[in-house]
Design a protein around this ligand. Structure first.
Ligand code: NAD
Length: 295
């Protein structure tokens, strides 16, 4: 299976290397020479965006739907150059409305579509242990099973085109909310004299636990490392997409709006380029007595 990975950032670069190590014929491409060079130095065959080779799969890992649309539609774009029968797999966290529109165009051009947004960060991409949410046809998923198995610890087919992106936005809304609520809970315990690490150990044995309390707090927040590889800017983008989806669907008022506002309250703290866990670190530090402060 020939796979062309487009977007060689934190996620795409690691996915490309994982697929190559698993024996697939992988070529990578990125808008920026520096990103291409970084992957070439790691042994990946790379090409400029106007030199994409004929492939069975075009795997996209791009910042937003705007770049996904550009790569698919802007001349020549994948619509013009991808061989009939090839599959476009969008692993980006994209706008489901745009994904559904692009999926229809892709299918009309004789190609197949799969949205396959991922969880697990750069580490999951580098180790083939991503979680993937799939939106597309069962036949496409069966065809791509060897590739999906090489990239992920688990993949879940959640519906037709766009469904993977819908569920990804729901997931990231929960993750963003858990970062705020867990920071507040740990800070409250700290003010009452409980050590944050001990508090986390207690929470993780109870019903308030989440991936945020089990993974993010020990790995990136209490450790002070803040090097998860996922930026605040990307999480803000996901939250705005979740809010737009809720508005379009005429959802009754809930907590989503408050979470979106909290994440956008101060554009510099954390800044878009900062690790997304900083939002919890800052809240914890601000609310925790000095001698208990985690970082
Ligand atoms: P990134 O910014 O590190 O990488 C994106 C890459 O796309 C960059 O190298 C950029 O140069 C390239 N690019 C931009 N426009 C392009 C174009 N028109 N043609 C070719 N290349 C282009 O981002 P990332 O952290 O790897 O995230 C990629 C996607 O995965 C995003 O949608 C993000 O929300 C999602 N995601 C990221 C993480 C994470 O932990 N980083 C986890 C899950 C999902």
């Amino acid at each position: 299976m020939r796979i062309c990975v487009i977007g060689l950032g934190q996620m795409g670069g690691n996915m490309a290397l994982t697929l190559q190590a698993a024996g697939f014929d992988v070529t990578g491409s990125d808008l920026f020479d520096s990103a291409r060079q970084r992957l070439a130095d790691k042994g990946l065959s790379v090409v400029a965006p106007d030199e994409l080779p004929p492939s069975d799969v075009y795997l996209l890992s791009l910042p937003t739907s705007a770049q996904v649309r550009e790569v698919i539609e802007t001349a020549p774009g994948l619509l013009g150059l991808a061989p009939k029968g090839s599959v476009i797999v969008d692993t980006s966290t994209s706008d489901p409305v745009v994904s559904r529109e692009l999926a229809a165009k892709v299918e009309a051009a004789g190609l197949a579509w799969l949205d396959a947004p991922v969880s697990g960060g750069p580490k999951g991409a580098a180790t083939g242990k991503l979680g993937m949410l799939l939106g597309g046809e069962t036949a496409t998923i069966e065809r791509l099973a060897p590739m999906l198995e090489a990239m992920s610890a688990r993949y879940t087919h959640v519906g037709g085109p766009g469904s993977g992106h819908v569920v990804k936005l729901a997931n990231n809304y929960l993750c963003a909310a858990h970062l705020l609520t867990t920071a507040e809970a740990v800070a409250m315990a700290a003010r009452a004299g409980v050590d944050p690490a001990a508090c986390l150990a207690g929470l993780n044995s109870g019903s308030g636990r989440s991936a945020v309390s089990e993974v993010n707090f020990p790995e990136w927040i209490l450790s002070g490392r803040f090097d998860s590889g996922f930026t605040t800017g990307l999480m803000r983008k996901d939250l705005r997409l979740a809010r737009a989806a809720a508005e379009r669907l005429d959802m009754p008022p809930g907590l989503l709006q408050a979470v979106v506002e909290a994440w956008h309250a101060d554009p510099e703290h954390p800044a878009d380029g900062d690790d997304f866990n900083r939002i919890a670190g800052a809240r914890l530090a601000a609310a925790t007595p000095a001698e208990e402060s985690a970082s």
